[in-house]
Design a protein around this ligand. Structure first.
Ligand SMILES: NC(=O)c1ccc[n+]([C@@H]2O[C@H](COP(=O)([O-])OP(=O)(O)OC[C@H]3O[C@@H](n4cnc5c(N)ncnc54)[C@H](OP(=O)(O)O)[C@@H]3O)[C@@H](O)[C@H]2O)c1
Length: 298
């Protein structure tokens, strides 16, 4: 694989996605910064990114991609391959936070959250994998969360969406390793981005109102998260380091956080248990990373 990579990022209008775009492009990686509606709701964000790319001669292309829309995902991936001839890294970053007592979350809100945070990466991965398989290389990156490993009250649906993402990403890592494709998970703690301002609140207030003092929990947790949030550039630096780690040497999980919630211990124990389970099922060899030969090479 060329050391300068072709990277597609979802949810690049603001926050982590925007920072990843800037950080990776400044190191010479070609970035396809995708977002919803760059000609409308994100017109200002799109034009700021384009202006920056032009001013600093950065290899950034802005494309439309809504992760809840199959056709939009396929169009964007086709456009990347048509322009760059390949796709090395897909960063599944688009997502949002839903906060509130679980009983007050409507089924429609739950479906919408899963459609973005979980099915979004499903759509992106399905669109990029045929190209990565053709190259016999590639990286699927999943921006999960510390909430993909630990659970807090009033975060149940958000945690569920990130736990689901973690399960999918881990299964992908086992299935794709033999084809030279890596699947990695980034687990950020709380960081300063627009995520808290974009939080969706559980809609059924009548249910919430029956919970007495417990109904204050979402506000308590959100205040604790935003008052301890770290510098989001730390996460972008980790993403850059992962992308620049040689194929076959990446970890499955990377926890990065301003607070140590003990996730490294959970991840170390899970790795040990998973390794044992794969061994017990006789799958160790099948799930080993093998550097692939590019199609057409000898
Ligand atoms: N900040 C944190 O503390 C933290 C911690 C752990 C994990 N995370 C995760 O990090 C990721 C990025 O969040 P952030 O903190 O950078 O917050 P953010 O600034 O609110 O970014 C979220 C991004 O997702 C995009 N998005 C939402 N729905 C989309 C859709 N259907 N299609 C395409 N893009 C969509 C948003 O685009 P629009 O502009 O179109 O709305 C926005 O660009 C999320 O997955 C979040 O769960 C954040």
């Amino acid at each position: 694989m060329n050391s300068k990579q072709v990277v597609l990022i979802t949810g690049s209008s603001t926050g982590f996605g925007r920072l990843f775009t800037d950080t990776l492009a400044r190191k010479g990686h070609t970035v396809f910064a995708t977002m919803r509606d760059p000609g409308g709701r994100n017109a200002k964000n799109a034009s700021e990114i384009r202006a920056l790319a032009e001013k600093d001669s950065l290899p950034i292309h802005v494309l439309e991609l809504d992760v809840t829309d199959d056709a939009s995902v396929e169009r964007a991936v086709d456009a990347v391959v048509a322009k760059a001839g390949r796709i090395d890294v897909a960063i599944n970053n688009a997502g949002y936070y839903l906060s509130g007592l679980e009983e007050a979350v409507t089924t429609e809100q739950a479906q919408r959250l899963m459609d973005t945070n979980f099915l979004g990466p499903v759509r992106v991965n399905r669109a990029v994998l045929p190209h990565m398989r053709g190259q016999r290389s590639g990286v699927l990156m999943h921006i999960s969360s510390a909430a993909g490993r630990i659970i807090a009250p009033s975060m149940g649906f958000y945690c569920a969406s990130k736990f689901a993402l973690e399960a999918l990403a881990e299964a992908y890592s086992y299935e794709l390793a033999a084809q030279g494709i890596e699947s990695v998970i980034v687990e950020p703690g709380q960081y300063e981005t627009p995520v808290f301002g974009n939080t969706v609140k559980a809609a059924d207030e009548a249910r919430t109102s029956t919970y007495g003092a417990v109904k204050e929990l979402p506000a308590k947790i959100n205040a604790a998260l935003s008052s301890t949030a770290g510098n989001a550039q730390d996460v972008a630096d980790v993403v850059l380091r992962i992308i620049e780690t040689p194929a076959g040497e990446k970890q499955l999980r990377y926890f990065v956080s301003p607070q140590d919630f003990g996730l490294n211990e959970i991840n170390a124990l899970c790795k040990q248990v998973q390794t044992g389970a794969l061994e017990a099922f006789g799958l160790t060899e099948d799930t080993k990373f093998r550097k692939g030969k590019a199609v057409g090479s000898v």
